[in-house]
Write a protein that binds this ligand. Sequence first.
Ligand SMILES: Nc1ncnc2c1ncn2[C@@H]1O[C@H](COP(=O)(O)OP(=O)(O)OP(=O)(O)O)[C@@H](O)[C@H]1O
Ligand SMILES: [Mg+2]
Length: 311
Amino acid sequence: MSTLLHVRDLSRSYGKVKAVGNLSFEMGKGQVTGFVGPNGAGKTTTMRIIATLDIPDDGDVFVDGKSVLVDPRAVRMRIGYMSDQFHPYPNLDVLQYLDFFARAYGLRGRNRLHTIRSVAAFCGLLEFADRPATGLSKGMGQRLHLAKTLLHDPLLLVLDEPASGLDPRARIEFRALLKELAAAGKGILISSHILPELGETCDSVIVLEKGRRIIAGSIAEIARSVQKDQAVSMRVLERADQAERFLLTQPLVDQVVVEGELLRFQFAGDDAGLAALLQRAVAGGLPVVELSRSATNLEDIFLHTTKGNLQ
Ligand SMILES: Nc1ncnc2c1ncn2[C@@H]1O[C@H](COP(=O)(O)OP(=O)(O)OP(=O)(O)O)[C@@H](O)[C@H]1O
Ligand SMILES: [Mg+2]
């Protein structure tokens, strides 16, 4: 993995509250990482430090090898930070708002005009180009907020709850934009409390609680470590009672529950073991029409790993 973001032994306290304590993690190019944890876990604090808006008490953050402490300007050119609140300036329309930030990032001449229009088009803002930026709906405001974040073509996007307050359609559209950005090779660190959604967008996740890293890794890996026995369901065309008797005699199978033609059970084996089980079932004459592991989702991981301690 070529490292894009390296958070190293980061600590930040506010008075007696240790908002972030000795936090370390890395992210590679093109990786989409979910940043989750209960309210007050330290997500925004960490993201503000990555965005060079706050200084850690201890530790450092490197973006594409540049330190937030030593070379904050270089970091700013490499990251796009979307804070958890959007406060557009009054008296600017959508394009003027983007123009302001494009100038701030040093874009000049035709390149600036071209960039503003293409970013506005990408975010679906062109038809709102001359609307006052303060008069946009929540969803459109978030699109403008994201557009502002993309102007200087940053390598890493740091998005703090970008989908909060969006209606279901706006969320789906926002998710599609993020997928396109990830496909274009951007690294994306995204915090959210909407876990099913993160599960769809992210390849890995970092769970924080009280400023400390509880768990980190790919969602599949964490799911395996959290839940050793996987829930499996088997659907048969008929003869569920025979299927039940079969399962009860199988090694690694536990807690068989029958619901009509559907049988649920816990399976302590790996994929090869499950394939062998299916073979035996079919060889024994059972009309199996479906066999699937129920995926452990992010909500399960969250509830399993955090204790609900707030600070
Ligand atoms: N400027 C500040 N002054 C004092 N305390 C602060 C400040 N910023 C954050 N904190 C405290 O640091 C802790 C971490 O806050 P942070 O905003 O990073 O959490 P979070 O994970 O983003 O939470 P949420 O999910 O609610 O957004 C909290 O206890 C918060 O009250
Ligand atoms: Mg926050």
